[in-house]
Design a protein around this ligand. Structure first.
Ligand code: ZN
Length: 424
């Protein structure tokens, strides 16, 4: 393919670098990027440029990576309510209950992944539901697409509708079976998935911690310190814990394997303990604004402890570009900066690193998996007009993140195979 090629890296000093070929040639072989060079070099090496498809003025980026979203919440995006706990009860729990039906869950898993890929995201870390079959169906659908996916079944043993809770030992047995069957198969990884402290007993969190410590390559995903009412409830349910993070820490869950969604209202001590453990916070700006949860102090966390995520369905869209635009506004409200280079690095190489996949995806380099998104900067028309006036790459990236979303996605490739869009 011939197009503009842009990807991002971070040097030893934490500076983000854009690797940019204005007129580049990219060739895939056996699922990976095999050649990448300027069109001029491509021709100079004796290859015929006429034999590779010309996608200009489109831009090829590494496929976007989303570190936190919920499969069963796709259909409840934009549900009007009060804040988090009310929204969970009125919309999220009923939507998740519908997944008791395995045939419905199978259909939804397919639809969910199709929509994720159509938004430009080629790798994601996903909450399914308490029903093990919903996780099975999602893994099977991702495997069929050849997609890199992290997922887990939700663990809840209290404070949720009865149909969504499961006794702690039985839940762990389901997790063990899913790990055995799917973890490390093709491009799939398992993440232990306790929803949040409110819906798990100490007994469940203890079993989760034992399993995590027994498998150094497993991941963990959960929520932390999203909403004031939630935090107060955690204090009531765990009176011996010093703070919210302490509930997880007591069971060995504050580790480099963990992604904690939100982390908005952390104390200085909690932040430091997360940094020391190498755990990751998933910044979910679209969700945080929609549910009125609060503004994450991005500057207080280190770059390598921070990822960015859509948190659909609290988030109002799957697009990681839309998510970055919301992140920019959250930063502005605190007189902080979310530079476009930082944003694009985050949704590609940075988020890949959070999921332990930095050597395989997130950059355009020979040897990396050919997970690619092709963006058309002339769509939507508002972007096209603004893009025309941009004077440098930073301005162009900023216009893309503020004015674009899935409407700019022409194609997605997963392991070199067209997964969304049309050719020719
Ligand atoms: Zn979430």
């Amino acid at each position: 393919m011939r197009a503009r090629l842009i990807s991002f890296d971070c040097d030893a000093d934490g500076q983000i670098i854009a690797n940019h070929l204005d007129d580049g040639g990219l060739v895939c072989d056996n699922g990976r990027i095999s050649q990448l060079m300027s069109a001029a070099d491509y021709a100079a090496q004796g290859f015929a440029l006429s034999e590779i498809e010309d996608l200009r003025p489109c831009i090829i980026f590494p496929g976007f990576v989303d570190t936190h979203l919920h499969m069963p919440q796709l259909g409840i995006i934009a549900s009007y309510s009060a804040q988090l706990l009310d929204w969970l009860e009125r919309y999220a729990f009923p939507a998740e209950s519908a997944y008791a039906d395995s045939a419905y869950a199978a259909l939804q898993a397919q639809t969910f992944l199709d929509r994720v890929v159509a938004s430009g995201t080629t790798c994601a870390q996903v909450f399914t539901t308490v029903y093990a079959h919903s996780c099975e169906h999602l893994f099977a659908a991702a495997q069929a697409k050849g997609m890199a996916l992290v997922a887990g079944k939700v663990m809840m043993d209290r404070n949720a509708p009865e149909a969504l809770t499961q006794e702690a030992q039985a839940c762990i047995r389901d997790c063990e079976q899913l790990i055995h069957k799917w973890h490390g198969k093709d491009r799939l990884q398992y993440a232990l998935t306790p929803r949040f402290a409110i819906t798990s007993t100490d007994a469940q969190l203890a079993l989760c911690g034992e399993l995590l410590q027994g498998h150094a390559d497993l991941l963990l995903q959960t929520h932390l310190s999203e909403n004031h009412e939630e935090i107060a409830e955690v204090g009531r349910l765990f009176p011996k814990a010093n703070d919210y993070l302490d509930v997880y820490e007591n069971h060995g869950l504050n580790t480099a394997q963990a992604t904690f969604a939100h982390g908005i209202h952390l104390s200085e001590s909690e932040r430091q303990r997360l940094i020391d453990a190498g755990a990751k916070v998933a910044f979910c700006p679209s969700s945080n604004l929609f549910l009125g949860s609060g503004l994450l102090d991005m500057a207080a966390l280190r770059a390598h402890n921070l990822s960015i995520a859509s948190d659909v369905g609290g988030g109002t869209g799957l697009s990681m570009l839309h998510t970055c635009a919301e992140g920019y506004k959250v930063a502005q409200l605190q007189n902080q900066r979310f530079h476009p280079l930082q944003a694009f690095y985050a949704i590609t190489a940075g988020n890949a690193k959070t999921l332990g996949l930095a050597a395989q995806i997130g950059q355009l380099q020979p040897g990396f998996m050919a997970d690619l998104v092709v963006l058309n900067p002339t769509k939507p028309s508002g972007l096209g007009e603004r893009f025309h006036r941009c004077e440098d790459l930073t301005e162009e990236l900023f216009a893309l993140m503020m004015l674009s979303d899935d409407r700019s996605v022409e194609r997605c490739y997963i392991a070199g195979r067209l997964a969304y869009g049309a050719t020719g």
